[in-house]
Design a protein around this ligand. Structure first.
Ligand SMILES: Cc1cc2nc3c(=O)[nH]c(=O)nc-3n(C[C@H](O)[C@H](O)[C@H](O)COP(=O)(O)OP(=O)(O)OC[C@H]3O[C@@H](n4cnc5c(N)ncnc54)[C@H](O)[C@@H]3O)c2cc1C
Length: 466
């Protein structure tokens, strides 16, 4: 059988995983086009002040196997590290103060009466209302529930606004009343349909604890790579070179056209004809590559929020506040610029050195992301103001780094699954040789993106063997 020629557009974790999967089978030759000068997309680790800083993701969920398998295959297994012991505690801001999360929560939802009792800032009425869930009937089947609607119905608005919103919506930088349950945490919808949301989630959490973990790996919920997550991008790039793939960086694709027999992929000054294309770029970038109106329109239906990360390093002697946790999250009702903050030196002891203590703050969320467009000094000033309010000190940082991710957070709004199905439908009609893959569609986490890239590769191969 002739080898297929496949073009992969975008070399984030999705595109790299797709290309690697295709090359491994020996059934395809792959050409990758990446617009920026390096591969990795959102994976960006840098070293400064003899300290490692992650500008994008800092870790991945260990229970989704695909990242562990990929790291193992690429010779990175021994580089996998877990969170430090202090990371077992996480804080939440309420009315300007930091409170530790109670034990027994799932994605910010307290699951037991004891957990609710440990929350000093929830009113007695709020606690009673939340516990009504235990005696309510099951939810009906609802395709278009938002997380805000579901949780308000089951637990009352106070729990949603003061606690759950900060974690559930925070991960996606989304308004909780727009976040699709079905596309983000379907287990929450399932638990509510089974009777009590709280009991259903208790069972979900208990069942998950029986999933076998590898003896040689840290037993923490999140893992990362000792040298930073960019190590994964570098290892994938080396493997791709070793397998004979062609990787062009600094070459943005400008258009894709397909006939029934082939596709033509254009960049400034070049064009290449191939059998199939995996498009692994954000949907707002993908929409610019196609002329078919239905496909453009479907891609434009995926919205994004802009966010920025702000790393701050301090001399240890200047840090008079205690950093005994992984960090904190901030509900929208606090009306602050900072949406979350990681105590990097405590969460990831392997990244720390004795000369600096580091924090990483996040700013920007959907419908409230103007701050991301402000100059660095303005962002830093506002971040330091927020941190000073909560940590009761504002030491002078020795190093700061602002990283903007413009339209960097895909929004999984209500109706998301239908929008993905619509894109697959119109895409396969207008461009049957093109597969759309990546964070915009089937999960934003690194394991979901890697799995989606692998799935895209398998779809290309299946398409051409039928
Ligand atoms: C600040 C931040 C923190 C995060 N933290 C975590 C975390 O801790 N854990 C976790 O699991 N997930 C996290 N995520 C989510 C996760 O990092 C992303 O969802 C994932 O990396 C996206 O990978 P991707 O390959 O789909 O897209 P991207 O990483 O966006 O890659 C797309 C690539 O396509 C390229 N491109 C765009 N247009 C073109 C074009 N026309 N031609 C050629 N190339 C093009 C881009 O330059 C880019 O390299 C975080 C995201 C952000 C923004």
């Amino acid at each position: 059988m002739n080898r297929l020629h496949v073009v992969v557009v975008g070399a984030g974790v999705t595109g790299l995983a797709a290309a690697y999967q295709l090359m491994k089978t020996g059934r395809a030759d792959v050409t990758i086009f990446e617009a920026s000068e390096q591969v990795g997309g959102t994976l960006r680790s840098i070293e400064s002040e003899r300290h490692l800083f992650e500008q994008g993701p800092d870790s991945f969920l260990a229970r989704k196997r695909v990242m562990i398998d990929l790291c193992t295959e690429l010779g990175l297994r021994e580089q996998l590290v877990g969170t430090g012991p202090l990371a077992r505690k996480t804080y939440l801001v309420s009315d300007g103060k930091l409170y530790p999360f109670p034990k027994g929560t799932y994605m910010g939802i307290p699951l037991t009466q004891e957990a609710f009792e440990q929350i000093p800032f929830l009113s007695e009425d709020g606690k009673r209302r939340a516990l009504l869930d235990l005696t309510m009937g099951p939810d009906e089947e609802r395709d278009n529930d938002s997380m805000g609607e579901l949780l308000t119905r089951r637990l009352g608005r106070e729990v949603v606004e003061k606690i759950a919103e900060a974690v559930l919506a925070g991960v996606h930088a989304s308004p909780i009343d727009r976040l699709s349950v079905a596309a983000t945490y379907p287990e929450i919808g399932e638990a509510a349909r089974g009777g009590s949301l709280l009991r259903g989630l208790q069972k979900f959490v208990a069942d998950r604890q029986h999933i076998a973990q590898d003896d040689d790996l840290p037993k923490t919920a999140f893992l990362t790579l000792r040298g930073g997550l960019s190590q994964l991008a570098s290892a994938l790039l080396s493997a791709l070179h070793g397998l004979g793939a062609t990787v062009h960086t600094g070459r943005a694709v400008t258009s894709i056209e397909c006939s029934s027999r082939a596709c033509v992929v254009r960049t400034a000054g070049s064009e290449i004809t191939c059998d199939a294309v995996v498009v692994a770029v954000p949907a707002h970038r993908a929409s610019k590559l196609f002329s078919a109106e239905a496909v453009k329109h479907a891609l434009e239906g995926f919205h994004y929020a802009s966010v920025a990360t702000v790393a701050l390093a301090y001399r240890p002697r200047d840090v008079l506040f205690e950093l005994d946790g992984s960090g904190f999250v901030v509900p929208r009702r606090e009306k602050s610029d900072v949406t979350a903050c990681t105590f990097v030196s405590s969460k990831w002891p392997h990244m720390a050195n004795r000369e600096v203590v580091t924090l990483r703050a996040f700013v920007g969320r959907a419908e409230d992301d103007q701050i991301v467009g402000a100059p660095d000094e303005e962002i830093l000033k506002r971040v330091r103001q927020d941190l000073a309010n909560w940590l009761k000190a504002d030491p002078e940082p020795t190093f700061t780094l602002v990283t903007r991710w413009n339209k960097g957070m895909p929004q999984y709004e209500v109706g998301h699954l239908a929008r993905v199905a619509e894109l697959v439908e119109v895409g396969s009609r207008a461009y049957p040789r093109v597969i759309f893959s990546g964070a915009a569609y089937r999960g934003v986490g690194l394991p979901d993106c890697a799995a989606d890239g692998i799935e895209a590769a398998q779809s290309v191969l299946a398409m051409h063997s039928s």
